[in-house]
Design a binder for this molecule. Structure first.
Ligand SMILES: [Zn+2]
Length: 185
């Protein structure tokens, strides 16, 4: 689940006004054109720069590598219940066998028994596990998910997203990506 980023395009990491990335997955990045436009519209501060610059006869400017919004954007407290966010909560792994392949959804309490399509009743599952469990209850099938499904906070999804960094991270981004991560013992 790696997002491809092309370093030659000099993307700018976009931070909220509190210096946290707007989003971790996908990482909040703007093209250098959008970053410079936002500088001129006075919407962002330049936090760090690339060596590379754009120039015209009358002016020269280094490309921003990190910008921060001048106005704080309130993050949503509860992430949307979407296929993508369920996969992200479950870290793109089958919750029965940990396979990352051929992923779909499983109703913990099957729909045929009144199970609802909600955060608390849906888990990421690979197709083989999903088939194997079929219309059975988890304990009748002998298949308990690794984690009981829950309603994630934005923070939960941010943390999950951190596990899937893009293929390129500029050195100037590192200070803003991991400083608020919980330390692993
Ligand atoms: Zn599986």
């Amino acid at each position: 689940m790696t997002i491809a980023v092309n370093p030659e395009l000099h993307p700018a990491l976009v931070l909220n006004a509190d210096y946290r990335p707007l989003s971790y997955y996908p990482l909040s990045l703007w093209s250098w054109q959008d970053a410079i436009k936002a500088v001129f519209l006075d919407r962002v501060n330049i936090v760090s720069e690339y060596e590379a610059a754009v120039s015209s006869p009358s002016f020269q400017m280094k490309l921003p590598s990190v910008v921060s919004l001048k106005q704080y954007i309130q993050p949503q407290r509860h992430p949307a219940f979407t296929r993508f966010n369920v996969f992200l909560r479950d870290r793109f792994e089958c919750q029965y066998c940990t396979s990352p392949n051929d992923l779909t959804f499983d109703h913990l309490i099957p729909r045929s028994r009144g199970g609802l399509t909600t955060w608390e009743n849906i888990v990421t599952a690979c197709s083989p596990c999903n088939l194997r469990k079929g219309g059975k209850m988890a304990k009748d099938a002998g298949m308990m998910p690794n984690r009981k499904p829950w309603i994630p906070t934005v923070y939960d999804l941010h943390n999950a997203g951190r596990k899937f960094p893009p293929n390129f991270l500029h050195e100037s981004w590192m200070d803003y990506l991991y400083w608020d991560a919980p330390l692993e013992p």
